[in-house]
Design a protein around this ligand. Structure first.
Ligand code: SAM
Length: 393
């Protein structure tokens, strides 16, 4: 039997929590028996027990907050509608969803463009949210914290970014069904100074207690040496770094492939490796999308805009990442595009997350093909790599 709109609202709510796209929610239009109760707001909060979901009941003269684990949320939410709430509003980084329940109890769900694409600060007092423990040794070895475990002033944004990254990855790992794995393998391409690589390893091995093998691939000798030394100092036995280029390295068959801020087509090389390896999760934060710039022009009708170089550059960034996302979808991945907290406050902070959920579609991807034709693009690196290797791109 198809799900009702109320069940769908509860499902979408739970999905946004596990995928890391949840921003906030409200439940209102109360028609129940409690004369004081007015509405309920829902947000994420960071606590000593980790990230929890906070429900704040607003009464006429007071508020009452209670925290729950993500797993409890579907039952709590369904209970609120049973009690007499008749509307719900869910804000995610991808869509807004509105649920309205009529007097006769008929539920209607509508979807609209997201009001807020920024992921929330989940701390109680609006301090930077992070699931990270600042006293961890690797954070000091990598220069994020002082020897006493205090985040350095200039590293606050980086610390927040690492925390947000771990939260997002945690949701994706759960969604991909990897939390129960005996062994989990991750490759981080273009691992740089290893901030995110260490944090992810620490989360997998020490917070989730998984048997984790995490490998950073990086072309700069000095960064490989620095990270390898720090991993040894921390006793992170499953964390390794090796020198190599993304395109030539043997990625093996990792469950999770990440490439964050790998320049230009290095992101395509990394996505290609992930697709070929059948990785369950692929996460990239593209930057310097230059490849399509010489090919891209606004289509007829919008061509007067071609004179504005800056706009064309932004258009190139969107179209490049859009094609990558459509190709991943074609290859069977559930793809999300979100904003990543950027330490440099650059507008170039798209994060593309992909979770393998079905078999690849047959033939060429009509959607990517159509976008390329529209913008006059004849070749794109990811599609070329796939086609040359005999994959439907
Ligand atoms: C901007 S840094 C990002 C580091 C890290 N992923 C992060 O987000 O914090 C990009 C790193 O990727 C490395 N890199 C770029 N292209 C690469 C390639 N083709 N093969 C291997 N490493 C590459 C660079 O040397 C640099 O350390």
């Amino acid at each position: 039997m198809p799900l009702s709109d109320l069940e769908n609202f509860v499902r979408l709510f739970a999905e946004s929590l596990s995928s890391g796209t949840f921003v906030k929610a409200t439940v209102g239009n109360y028609k129940g028996a409690n004369g004081q109760l007015q509405k309920v707001t829902v947000r994420l909060v960071s606590t000593r027990k980790g990230e929890l979901v906070q429900f704040v009941n607003r009464y006429k003269t007071r508020e009452e907050a209670k925290n729950f684990s993500r797993a409890d949320v579907p039952a709590i939410l369904a209970g609120l509608f049973d009690e007499g709430f008749r509307s719900g509003h869910l804000f995610t980084a991808e869509n807004d969803f509105q649920l309205a329940i009529s007097k006769k109890g008929r539920a209607k769900l509508t979807r609209s463009a997201p009001t807020m694409s920024e992921l929330p600060d989940t701390s109680h007092n609006r301090k930077p949210e992070t699931p990270l423990d600042a006293s961890r040794k690797y954070l000091h070895l990598l220069g994020i914290t002082t020897p006493e475990g205090k985040v350095r002033d200039k590293k606050q944004a980086k610390f927040r970014q690492i925390g947000r990254f771990v939260s997002i990855l945690d949701g994706l790992i759960e969604e991909a069904g990897l939390k129960g794995s005996e062994r989990i393998e991750v490759v981080d391409m273009g691992s740089g100074k290893g901030y995110l690589t260490f944090a992810l390893y620490d989360h997998l091995a020490n917070t989730l207690s998984l048997n984790a093998e995490v490998k950073g691939i990086e072309e700069r000798d000095e960064l490989v040496a620095l990270c390898a030394r720090a991993a040894e100092d921390c006793g992170f036995e499953g964390l390794r770094f090796s020198k190599g280029s993304i395109v030539e390295s043997d990625a093996g068959t990792p469950d999770i492939l990440i490439a964050l801020h790998a320049c230009d087509t290095a992101t395509d090389d990394a996505i290609f490796k992930g697709i070929v390896a059948g990785s369950k999760v692929i996460v990239v934060a593209p930057c310097c999308q230059k490849e399509l710039r010489p090919q891209l022009a606004y289509p007829e009708g919008a061509s007067p805009l071609n004179v504005f170089g800056l706009l064309l550059e932004r258009e190139t960034e969107s179209v490049t990442d859009g094609i990558r996302a459509l190709v991943l979808r074609h290859r069977g991945y559930k793809v999300r595009m979100m904003e990543f907290v950027s330490p440099e406050h650059t507008p170039k902070n798209n994060l593309i997350t992909a979770v393998l959920e079905r078999r690849p579609s047959e033939g060429a991807p009509a959607e990517a093909e159509s976008v390329m034709r529209h913008y006059g693009i004849t070749s794109q690196r990811l599609r070329t790599l796939l086609r040359n290797s005999g994959y439907s791109d």
